[in-house]
Design a protein around this ligand. Structure first.
Ligand SMILES: [Zn+2]
Length: 314
């Protein structure tokens, strides 16, 4: 199974010193409350299955997460509109700190451990499902290392940074860490569907709420923080999101850090209310069991790192 890590996973392992991360978290908490909470006026249906009924789950930074009663997807509602989210990513102190301090400090690790494996995955997907694909769209934040890596693997490939206005122009589209933070994922998926030609490919990376890490950690998870993670789809929610007009070519969870994340959470809060079985598996059994357990999660789509390849139905 391929070794692909999410940015959030990388935060856990590769940012040194920890003060960088602490400062980013501090700024995020302040800016979300100051900039986004006052604009959070849009009540929405489930962004996965479009069901109208949901239940309040918990609050984070002044925003309310709700859980879909049909597919279990977790989403912020009411939420700020897309222009407020765009403005936050453009000019909030937290976003600037991320771009100016965190990204440069982690660029080597992210290029090697994130961009390269993702480019290889996309290149393999193109070779398998749409050989000759050249015109791409990449909506992912901080996309340059990925684009550079993909150009090396797929000579002649062209990558635009926004959805083309003309329908059916693009051969493939890339949305890494995009669906989890946009105001209207269903509208974005529809726009990408229009932009692709018949048989065109869409590559998606997004957390899976069905995974072990997020299921155990739930409201305690640092991954579940707005605005980066306003939409946390279950696998069922993702299947529903792509139920019409798409063929799902791959749906997998090749995450590497679920067991380790939960293990460290237990160690840092040993008196916490953790299931006894988790202590037995993750604390008392040793590294070999931990590795086997993570592999088990990957194999059964139970890691919290989700990855999909979709093909537009011709
Ligand atoms: Zn739903």
């Amino acid at each position: 199974m391929k070794t692909v890590v999410a940015v959030q996973d990388l935060l856990e392992v590769d940012i040194k010193p920890d003060e960088l991360l602490d400062e980013f978290v501090r700024l995020t908490e302040r800016d979300v409350r100051r900039v986004l909470v006052p604009r959070a006026t849009l009540g929405i249906r489930c962004p996965g299955c479009d069901h109208g009924e949901s239940a309040a789950a918990f609050d984070k930074l002044g925003l309310t997460y709700r859980e879909c009663r049909r597919c279990g997807t977790l989403f912020v509602s009411p939420r700020p509109p897309q222009d407020a989210i765009d403005e936050y990513y453009r000019s909030a102190d937290a976003s600037r700190f991320w771009r100016e301090r965190v990204v440069p400090a982690t660029v080597a690790a992210r290029s090697e451990k994130v961009a390269m494996p993702r480019a290889q995955w996309v290149a393999d997907g193109i070779a398998e499902h749409l050989p000759g694909a050249a015109a791409g769209v990449d909506l992912s934040p901080n996309a340059q290392p990925f684009a550079a890596a993909l150009r090396e693997l797929v000579p002649g490939v062209r990558i635009a940074a926004s959805v083309p206005s003309a329908a059916g122009e693009a051969d493939f589209a890339v949305a890494f860490d995009v669906l989890d933070r946009c105001a209207d994922p269903r509208a974005l998926v529809a726009a990408l569907h229009r932009a692709l030609r018949p048989g065109g490919l869409l590559f998606v990376v997004t957390p899976s709420l069905s995974g072990f890490d997020l299921q155990v950690m739930w409201d305690r998870s640092r991954t579940i923080t707005p605005p980066d993670r306003m939409n946390l789809f279950t696998l069922r929610g993702l299947r529903e999101l792509f139920a019409s007009g798409w063929q799902i070519r791959e749906i997998s969870t090749p995450g590497m850090f679920d067991a380790e994340t939960v293990r460290r959470a237990i160690l840092s809060d040993p008196r916490g209310d953790w299931p006894r079985a988790l202590r037995a598996i993750l604390i008392d059994s040793g590294p070999e069991v931990l590795a086997d357990f993570q592999e088990f999660l990957q194999r059964h789509r139970l890691s919290s790192f989700g990855r999909l390849t979709l093909q537009k139905v011709a």
